[in-house]
Design a protein around this ligand. Structure first.
Ligand code: MV4
Length: 658
């Protein structure tokens, strides 16, 4: 009998696993990095062990430190969650050698599924449909070029060691083939330390449909329906749902039976996901098998009524699966979205900083899986997912409606999120019709306003003015005081606005140039502002933090900075010489020093964000003044990095000209 589970992960999945483990009577051990000392998962577990510094390579990927934590606490089993060490065959083996039960499949299954080439051959032999292609052992460029003639175009080059879209290239015609093989090989060598490639015919505008499977150590295997994860952005899943609106009962059974064959063929145990591409004719093809519990497992739990972590622990104990295939029934519809601290209007750049307030919406059919709470910091060390928001409904539209409400009603202040992007997807007509393929975000959704920088309308500005309450100090906002007229200045995103606020009793009028908006104030307390706007009573949530004001209403969030009383600073923007960070990231190089002469466009600093290097350039000619950036610094978007002042000599020269 197993008694004590160590969770080798962090964030929402650690919290999720601890919840079930505790409910089943297990003692729980959390592991954490120095940056996570106060995290939710640490607080929830019975015991916790620090396994190293913030960097994942030194902590959550440090298998020696994790095994040592298990030894120290007397844990007898390890749940790896997803990511980190979850699909690392060497770690599964190391657990076994240390006398610990790895809550996951045998190392051999992990290893087989880690090779696209070998897994494809194994699946083909087991009778699972695969995309036609070429899977030669360490095929040379010439062998691939010959094989491509039979496959035809368009085709895909895939890294055998890749997965989840990494190391993959689409080739449209033979003339592009040789060049792309070379590139794919060097990329793959770089990324995975292995340059084996395979070829596949390209499936056009496919859907991504995956089957949840479960197997036990007695040789039983079942499927628990599918999840449709077609809505993705750069191979990151954005929306996941079960069942798939595209899958018929016949297709479900055929895919389910193929997935079970896949699991049995590799002597699988525990939770696994078999990913398929489905074309428009409902042909399906094996892509890869994920040998872990997946991020999106909750949608399967909500429509099957099963707890998949409980199933995992049961299988790890050596017990048979709790249900036979005929006892598994699907009920209703569930949709999950991944709520992130990221900015869709600026290339989805990750956001960092304090999460001032986070209050998940409550309501029937809603589930939030989260590992953060109000007051936590969103750091650049880890994935900035705030929560998985999941809604269940008796039918798809009910799930959609509930999910939109959940997103709109969740209070989030402090960081920019993708909430509006998510609710717009769920409300979208193409998505609503169940017609979203993997091309959806690039096609039907590419012009969506949620992808554009926000411009605040007069109503949003009026609500901000209302909370800021200028000119009302010393008198009650709700008195019948005589009308006052106050100019205020707000900074919003990249611009500033000047407003004139007129207040008379409970009426507040705000004008910006010719545009004017009037609100009637009803009440304001505890972060809730109630107003009557055009005869309609509505509430707006707000949070003040110094000069910053965060607001949320009508399904949108916005923030302003009150700069009414701030001394005017020099002109900002183009040519100001005040060089700011273009996004949150790390300074990886500083190329200039005080006193250097620079020309407009010269690179001053290199910023790393989202695993890419971004040059930060001079916006004018001049002399470098103060340099505020140092190599290794973490910086926030808009943080001042370098100051460039006018070059006196150059100016004299220019004024000397006629
Ligand atoms: C493909 C494909 C078309 N044809 N393979 C991307 C992720 C990786 N797991 C496999 N991927 C694809 N493989 C063939 N033969 C199209 C994709 C693909 C994709 C697949 C699932 C979800 C989103 C996607 C987005 C772009 C491409």
């Amino acid at each position: 009998m197993l008694r004590k589970l160590l969770i080798a992960n962090r964030g929402e999945i650690a919290v999720r696993v601890i919840r079930t483990a505790k409910a089943l009577g297990y003692r729980t051990v959390a592991v954490y990095s120095e940056a996570d000392a106060k995290a939710v998962h640490v607080e929830m577990a019975d015991e916790a062990v620090c396994i190293g510094p913030a960097q994942v390579s030194a902590s959550y990927l440090n298998s020696d430190a994790i095994l040592d934590a298990a030894r120290r606490t007397g844990a007898d089993c390890i749940h790896p969650g997803y990511g980190f060490l979850s699909e690392n065959a060497a770690f599964a083996t190391a657990c076994k050698e240390a006398g610990l039960v790895f809550v996951g499949p045998p190392a051999a299954a992990i290893e087989l599924m880690g090779s696209k080439r070998r897994s494809k051959i194994a699946m083909q032999e087991a009778g699972v449909p695969v995309v036609p292609g070429y899977e030669g052992n360490n095929a040379s460029d010439d062998e691939l070029i010959i094989a491509a003639k039979d496959i035809g175009y368009p085709l895909m080059i895939k890294a055998s060691a890749g997965g989840g879209g990494r190391g993959m290239r689409l080739v449209e015609s033979e003339s592009e083939l040789a060049e792309n093989i070379k590139r794919a090989r060097s990329e793959s060598k770089q990324a995975f330390g292995d340059d084996e490639l395979i070829l596949e015919k390209a499936v056009i505008e496919p859907r991504h449909v995956e089957i949840q499977v479960f197997a036990d150590s007695q040789g039983n295997a079942v499927y628990l329906g599918e999840r449709d994860c077609s809505v993705q952005r750069r191979h990151q899943k954005v929306v996941e749902e079960a069942p798939s609106p595209f899958v018929t009962p016949e297709l479900r059974q055929a895919m389910g039976e193929a997935a079970v064959k896949a699991a049995l063929a590799c002597n699988y145990e525990g939770a696994g996901t078999v990913e398929f591409l489905v074309d428009k004719h409902r042909n399906f093809y094996f892509l890869e098998m994920n040998t872990r519990l997946q991020v999106e497992h909750p949608v399967t739990e909500l429509i099957t009524g099963q707890d998949l972590v409980a199933w995992q622990l049961r299988v790890a104990e050596g017990l048979p699966l709790p249900l036979a295939q005929d006892d598994i029934h699907l009920n209703g519809h569930a949709i999950e979205v991944r709520l992130y601290a990221e900015d869709p209007a600026h290339g989805f750049t990750p956001q960092t900083g304090p999460l001032l307030e986070f209050k998940p919406a409550a309501g029937e059919g809603l589930r939030f899986d989260t590992g953060v709470r109000s007051g936590d910091a969103i750091t650049p060390h880890y994935d900035p997912m705030l929560a998985k928001v999941i809604a269940w409904g008796r039918n798809r539209d009910e799930a959609r409606r509930r999910l939109i409400r959940a997103l709109e009603d969740t209070t989030i202040f402090g960081v920019t999120t993708n909430r509006h992007f998510l609710s717009r997807i769920i409300a979208n007509e193409t998505f609503g019709a169940g017609e979203a393929t993997t091309a959806f975000l690039q096609q039907a959704f590419s012009d969506d306003p949620s992808l554009q920088p926000q411009t605040l309308d007069i109503r949003q500005l009026a609500l901000a003015a209302c909370v800021l309450d200028h000119g009302m100090s010393g008198q009650s906002a709700w008195s019948n005081a005589p009308a006052t007229m106050t100019p205020i200045k707000l900074a919003t995103g990249d611009s500033t606005v000047e407003l004139l606020v007129t207040r008379s009793g409970n009426r507040l009028s705000v004008s910006m140039g010719e545009v004017r908006h009037t609100l009637e104030l009803v009440s304001q307390r505890d972060g809730l502002l109630c107003i009557i706007d055009n005869g309609v009573r509505q509430t707006c949530q707000y949070h003040r933090q110094g000069n910053s004001l965060y607001l949320q209403a009508f399904g949108q969030s916005w923030s302003v900075r009150d700069i009414t009383h701030q001394p005017a600073t020099g002109p900002k923007g183009v040519g100001s010489g005040r060089i700011q960070a273009t996004m949150d990231g790390a300074i990886i190089d500083v190329l200039v020093e005080a006193g250097h002469s620079v020309r407009q466009g010269d690179t001053l600093v290199i910023l790393e964000a989202m695993k890419m290097e971004h040059p930060v350039k001079a916006d004018r000619d001049g002399i470098v003044g103060e340099v505020h950036a140092r190599k290794g610094d973490q910086v926030k978007r808009s943080q001042l990095l370098v100051e460039i002042t006018a070059d006196q000599n150059a100016e004299r020269e220019s004024t000397a000209k006629p």
